[in-house]
Design a protein around this ligand. Structure first.
Ligand SMILES: Cc1cc2nc3c(=O)[nH]c(=O)nc-3n(C[C@H](O)[C@H](O)[C@H](O)COP(=O)(O)OP(=O)(O)OC[C@H]3O[C@@H](n4cnc5c(N)ncnc54)[C@H](O)[C@@H]3O)c2cc1C
Length: 431
């Protein structure tokens, strides 16, 4: 029996027993079911199944195992690293229920829920989740990699807040994994599933909403194509060395082409933007950010008190899907020469570099053992580059060789202490 025969046998068996859609490549809705934030890769399996309830996950894993068909788990596609070209892709987005327990300040989060879903459910209780720069990222996928939140230096790793996971194992058995399963629990919090298990629910602690000061200071550091002024980058290094844990910030450096559709202040300019999130008062924010404002006049300054629900404005990242490769380094210091280079970056390919300030609560030892990378790091330096989807969908390895933004990270390598798995995304060459 060839694999596609196995898959069509499996499709028949699944159609009778799961509540969600079971779709073959010629069925309408097949492509839509595989929708992804990452457009540089495309799953092309024999079969896609959308889980509508936890029982669907159990049935898919059990029957796929019996038919010898491999299963790939897909949620939002932010963290896609390869495309499945056979077997079943199991999509989770319908498992997006969120149940808040205000008494224990915890949320039971479905395996396919996004941080937007969790935020909406928690907000009426004055609680917030440890979400990151964008609300459309999958809450479980993010937490499996550790999870660096908007206020990470004050709140710690998202995975530190996990009480337990409900998983369905490779052979279709449902299990609760918590501190009593020390090794498995540690593996899931930092490295993710290793034996093909699917997390159908996560119970995670929430944080008090409190007062959030957030926004970004944008500096013009030169013309695209010319050497930029590194003063703001040096100031960021010195400023972050002195900050209290209540303030978490990220420096983004990117160059904009001279194109009509861009706002005039960005056209043809090299930009350094510092995203700031602070648990504290407006006065605290003014005082703490004053040294940065003195270095240069920002061309835009949006730092202000904000309702937590509007937190994606802090990083102001685009939330539309696209084809991209992300690479990163965890470092224990920012090399001065590397910052000089970053201000002057000219190629070989377009790249956006984000430097997230870590430390603070992220550096505290885990109360329950885990496998998170980065407790010993002071910064995460992440580079993202666009890829040509026409190349990457069919030849991910070639696209990776063409567009890999790792070259922009090399100068920071002298202080390398690791790599964060959640920020290495996009086509890598495995198909
Ligand atoms: C624009 C952007 C912004 C980001 N911002 C942050 C940030 O601020 N902080 C941060 O820490 N990270 C951030 N990340 C990284 C992100 O957390 C990871 O890429 C994460 O893996 C995305 O998970 P997902 O479920 O959304 O994506 P997917 O691509 O759907 O899933 C990623 C991986 O997790 C697995 N997976 C997902 N859900 C489950 C489940 N329920 N059970 C078993 N396996 C599962 C999938 O099989 C896949 O291997 C960002 C990424 C992007 C692209």
């Amino acid at each position: 029996m060839t694999l596609s025969n196995a898959a069509s046998g499996l499709a028949g068996a699944l159609a009778d027993s799961v509540a969600g859609p079971v779709l073959l490549p010629d069925d309408s809705g097949f492509t839509e079911e595989l929708a992804s934030f990452q457009l540089g890769l495309r799953h092309q399996p024999d079969l896609v199944v959308g889980a509508r309830r936890v029982a669907d996950v159990r049935t898919v894993l059990q029957l796929a195992g019996e038919h010898g068909v491999p299963v790939t788990v897909h949620n939002t596609g932010h963290g896609m690293r390869f495309s499945a070209d056979e077997g079943v892709v199991l999509t989770l987005r319908r498992l997006n229920g969120v149940l808040i327990d205000p008494a224990t300040r915890t949320a039971r989060v479905g395996g396919g829920a996004t941080w937007n879903d969790v935020m909406a459910a928690a907000a009426p209780h004055g609680l917030v989740p440890p979400s990151g720069s964008l609300g459309c990222v999958g809450a479980v996928g993010y937490t499996l990699g550790g999870g660096i939140s908007l206020l990470a230096r004050s709140d710690g790793w998202a995975s530190d807040l996990v009480r337990s996971f409900t998983v369905v194992t490779e052979d279709g058995e449902e299990r609760e994994v918590g501190p009593d399963d020390a090794e498995w629990f540690a593996q899931l919090r930092g490295s993710g599933p290793v034996r093909g298990e699917v997390v159908t629910e996560m119970t995670i602690g929430l944080l008090p909403e409190g007062r959030l000061q957030g926004g970004g200071l944008t500096f013009d550091i030169g013309a695209t194509g010319a050497e930029g002024d590194p003063a703001v980058l040096h100031a960021f290094r010195e400023w972050t060395a002195e900050l209290p844990d209540e303030l978490t910030s990220t420096l983004r450096v990117m160059s904009f082409p001279d194109l009509d559709y861009l706002p005039p202040m960005l056209r043809g300019r090299r930009i350094a933007r510092v995203a700031v999130a602070l648990r504290g008062t407006e006065e605290d924010a003014e005082r703490l950010v004053a040294p940065l404002r003195k270095v240069a006049q920002p061309i835009e300054d949006t730092l202000a008190p904000m309702p937590f629900a509007e937190y994606p404005r802090v990083h102001a990242e685009p939330d539309n899907p696209g084809p991209f490769i992300g690479e990163n380094l965890l470092v224990d210091a920012l090399d001065v020469t590397a910052l000089e280079n970053l201000a002057r970056l000219t190629g070989p390919t377009m790249v956006i570099v984000n430097i997230r300030h870590l430390g603070g609560a992220l550096a505290r030892p885990a109360a329950v053992p885990d496998t998170v990378q980065g407790r010993d790091a002071q910064y995460l330096v992440a580079a993202v580059a666009p890829v040509d989807p026409l190349v990457s969908v069919t030849h991910p390895g070639a696209a990776y060789d063409q567009a890999n933004p790792g070259w922009a990270l090399e100068p920071f390598g002298t202080a390398k202490v690791g790599v964060s798995p959640g920020f290495s995304v996009g086509p890598r060459g495995r198909s």
